[in-house]
Design a protein around this ligand. Structure first.
Ligand SMILES: Cc1cc2nc3c(=O)[nH]c(=O)nc-3n(C[C@H](O)[C@H](O)[C@H](O)COP(=O)(O)OP(=O)(O)OC[C@H]3O[C@@H](n4cnc5c(N)ncnc54)[C@H](O)[C@@H]3O)c2cc1C
Length: 388
């Protein structure tokens, strides 16, 4: 693989060059840029092929003046004090606890499944202790928990699995839960309490002035330059740099030489709707899941997330699809094995650091990407790669 080492060897070039070339202006790229510029005194160039910073977490005001997330709803939550304190230098926060209801059998029921979900669905009056017994009675014996189906049916049984999980998963991934790693459903907890928060993290909040402002603040250091609308391949040979931090898809970096890593994509349908007099929202909570009847998986009403007051409201409908921007790595063993081959190839390139969701081929939340960037920064600065 000499060709990649040749292609991505550093271009040193006197005082006008950059210490680090960062590919991608999402959380991974922006946090790394901020750290390298402010803590290591580096000159950093961030190259982004889209027309804006922020990656998939970017937000903006739509034509009707409503703050929306063009790449789908992004809710910040973390258990990491380090990540929260770090980001708090660049934004103030609006406390927000996300809640989701699933449209099942004509009712809007709490998800994750909790005590109220079961009582309302089946017309019962169980206590917390009794609902645990109920789950045990419903649970199916599974020899070894290997797939997402195994995870759910062995916990809550087949009826709840069919009503809440099976259809949603088939739409979301284009695969039956029996074909997906157990790790996918492990993200969906079941509760015997009445807690109807979607997340239980210590820190749950939204950037007070939106994500775009947070990203602008991250990149405000004078040592950082940003180049938008530019694929890094168009400038990698002419701009001098010493180290590269790459946050795009790892298979694209290597020209898909071992084959394309599969991703699931989404089509977003954004709508602005008028509100009835005296109402601020159309939905009772931020997101309604539609596991069964509809072609879309979920509908999110942004005003719940943003707290914006406005005479209208903005909704986004999510339609999963195979083609399109790479959003979700498909968690199957053969895909992980393919990723490992790219990862091993990347490890040979001492002048390139791979971070972020696409370069790691992992379903990372924003806080996990920030944590990864912070720890990789420490690794780079404490044990810098050899440069000529
Ligand atoms: C629908 C959806 C909803 C989500 N909701 C949440 C949520 O509620 N909470 C949460 O914590 N996380 C959520 N996430 C995850 C979150 O989006 C990611 O954790 C985060 O955006 C990853 O940041 P990143 O920098 O790794 O990648 P990205 O944000 O994808 O940034 C990578 C950037 O690299 C650029 N790039 C790629 N190739 C090139 C190239 N050749 N040249 C130049 N630039 C390039 C891309 O254009 C992109 O802007 C959600 C993700 C999706 C898809």
């Amino acid at each position: 693989m000499q060709t990649y080492r040749q292609r991505f060897s550093p271009r040193t070039g006197g005082t006008a060059g950059f210490d680090t070339l960062i590919v991608g202006a999402g959380f991974a790229g922006c946090v790394m840029a901020e750290r390298l510029a402010s803590q290591a005194g580096q000159r950093v160039l961030v190259v982004e092929k889209r027309s804006h910073i922020g990656g998939n977490a970017w937000d903006h005001y739509n034509a009707d003046g409503l703050l929306v997330h063009p790449y789908g709803p992004h809710i910040f939550h973390t258990n990491s004090a380090e990540v929260f304190d770090y980001l708090s230098q660049f934004t103030r926060w609006r406390p927000y606890e996300h809640r989701v209801r699933a449209s099942v059998d004509g009712q809007l029921l709490p998800i994750p499944i909790n005590l109220d979900t079961v009582n309302r669905l089946y017309g019962l009056r169980l206590s917390s202790a009794e609902v645990e017994t109920f789950f045990q009675q419903q649970a199916e014996a599974v020899d070894a928990v290997r797939t997402s189906e195994d995870v759910v049916v062995s916990r809550v049984g087949r009826d709840l699995y069919n009503k809440f999980f099976r259809g949603y998963t088939r739409k979301q991934w284009g695969l039956d839960p029996s074909e997906l790693d157990a790790g996918v459903a492990a993200r969906v907890p079941v509760r015997s309490s009445r807690d109807d928060r979607y997340f239980t993290d210590t820190y749950q909040a939204m950037p007070l002035h939106g994500y775009a402002r947070l990203f602008e603040n991250l990149l405000a250091h004078p040592g950082i330059q940003v180049m938008l609308n530019t694929d890094y391949r168009d400038i990698v040979h002419c701009v001098p740099w010493r180290h590269m931090v790459y946050t795009g898809p790892i298979d694209a970096f290597f020209d898909h030489c071992f084959g394309a890593l599969p991703y699931r994509s989404l089509r977003f349908e954004h709508l602005t709707r008028p509100l009835p007099a005296g109402r601020e929202h159309l939905q009772p909570c931020g997101t309604i899941n539609h596991p069964n009847e509809q072609p879309y998986t979920r509908v999110t009403e942004f005003k719940h997330l943003t707290g914006q007051l406005h005479p209208a409201t903005a909704l986004v409908y999510e339609y999963p699809q195979a083609q399109g921007d790479p959003y979700y790595p498909v968690p199957r063993p053969e895909n992980t094995a393919l990723f490992r081959r790219y990862e091993a190839e990347g490890a040979l390139l001492k002048d390139v650091t791979f971070i972020g969701r696409l370069a790691s081929y992992k379903y990372y939340n924003m806080d996990q990407v920030v944590a990864q960037a912070l720890s990789q920064f420490r690794r780079l600065v404490l044990a810098p790669a050899t440069t000529p």
